[in-house]
Design a protein around this ligand. Sequence first.
Ligand SMILES: Cc1ncc(COP(=O)(O)O)c(C=O)c1O
Length: 295
Amino acid sequence: MNGNLIAWEKANIHVLSHVVHYGSSWFEGIRCYKTKKGSAIFQLQTHLERLYESTKIYRAEIPYSIDQLFDAVIKLIKANKLESCYIRLVVFRGFSELGVYPLKCPVETVIAVWEWGSYLGKDSIDNGIDIMTSSWRRFSGSTLPGMSKAGGNYMNAQLIKMEAIENGYAEGLVLDVNGNICEGSGENIFIVKKGVLYTPPLSSGILPGITRSVVQQLAFDEGIKIREENIPREFIYTADEVFFTGTAAEITPVKSVDRIRIANGKPGALTRLIQSRFFDITGNGNNTYQWLTWL
Ligand SMILES: Cc1ncc(COP(=O)(O)O)c(C=O)c1O
C-alpha cells in the first residue's frame, strides 16, 4: 500500500477519502497461474498499461512507474508465498478536502493478492452458462468513458449482475445505448456464426478487455475470420456459438440467452479450440506469445 508491504488488517483508508463518496478509483484484475512450467502472471505488462490509460483519462497520476508496479506485484506474490492467485491493483483518490473537484486529493496505490478459483461457477468453463439480457444498458462514452476501468463504472455492472443472479442466471448481457450487443457485467462477448467470429467494437462502450485481445490474436493465428462490428440483439439467438471472455471468466461458453438455447446448448468447436489454445498458455505454460511473466 503506497509503496509499503503491510498486513491485511492494516490496509485501511479514511471514510472521507474522495473515492468513498465519488467512485474515483481505477483498477486491474490479473491472474497468476500455476502452470506446468512454474508460476506465471498472465499479461502483467498489458494490464499495467491499461491501468495507466484508465487513470490518464481522469487526469490522475500514479506516483509509480510501470516498472515499479511490475516489480511490486512479483514481490507481493512472493512475500505471500502463493503459487497461483488473483492480483488486484487499485488506484484511488484519497483524502484532502471533501468536494467533487478531485485534483487536490492524493492518488493512492494498493496491490492485493489472494487465492482464487473459477469466477462463474465450477462447471461453467466445461459446460457453459445461462445468461439473460439485462434491462439496464451500458453507459455511452459521452456519459462515462468505458475505456477507463474505473470503480464508478461498476455501479452499472452491479445492477446488471444483481438482476441476473436474482433471476436465476449466471450473468447478464448488457446492450449499448443503441440497443446493440455490448458485453457482460465483467466480460467481453464473442459470437460465432457460419465460422466467423464476431465481437462488438470499442465504440459500443465496452471495456477493451485483455482476454478479448488475446482471443482475437489466437483466432487470427488459427485462420479464423474475425469481425468487429455493431451486432443487433437478435443476432445472438441464432448464433452457432457464444462465449464470454475475461480475466475472471477466462473463456466461458454461453449455452442459452433469455432461455433460448444456443445451437444444441453445448460448447461449440470454435469455442473449444480457443479454450484449448488459451489453457495451453495458462495451464501448460506455453509462452510462445511471451504473455507470461515467470515468478
Ligand atoms: C466490464 C468488463 N468488461 C470486460 C472485462 C474483461 O476484461 P479483461 O479480459 O481485461 O479481464 C472486464 C473485466 O475486467 C470487465 O469488468
